[in-house]
Design a protein around this ligand. Structure first.
Ligand code: SF4
Length: 87
């Protein structure tokens, strides 16, 4: 087990159980402005992370100006994970 996780992320899971993304809450809350691990390590900047409530944030710009979609939006689970096309 990885000790550098928060209480929801540091639980053993049976084989076949999918981990849920926690947006690395233990990292981003520890140091304001720090990004989730996958955002930091991606060499091409394929992932973006930010405050949806901040109208000046990059994430808001992307959502408002790029082609964006949500997986299975019809289920109305209101996920906070968006996919966007680079162009
Ligand atoms: S933000 Fe990225 S690294 Fe963190 S839990 Fe989600 S997928 Fe994993």
């Amino acid at each position: 087990m990885n000790p550098d996780t928060h209480y929801l992320g540091n639980r053993p899971r049976p084989v076949g159980v999918v981990e849920k993304c926690t947006f690395c809450i233990q990292r981003v809350r520890e140091t304001p402005g720090r990004y989730p691990a996958c955002v930091e390590v991606c060499p091409v900047g394929a992932r973006k992370f930010g405050n949806l409530l901040d109208p000046e944030s990059e994430i808001r710009y992307i959502i408002e100006n790029k082609r964006v979609f949500i997986l299975k939006e019809d289920l109305n689970t209101q996920p906070k994970f968006y996919y966007f096309y680079a162009t």
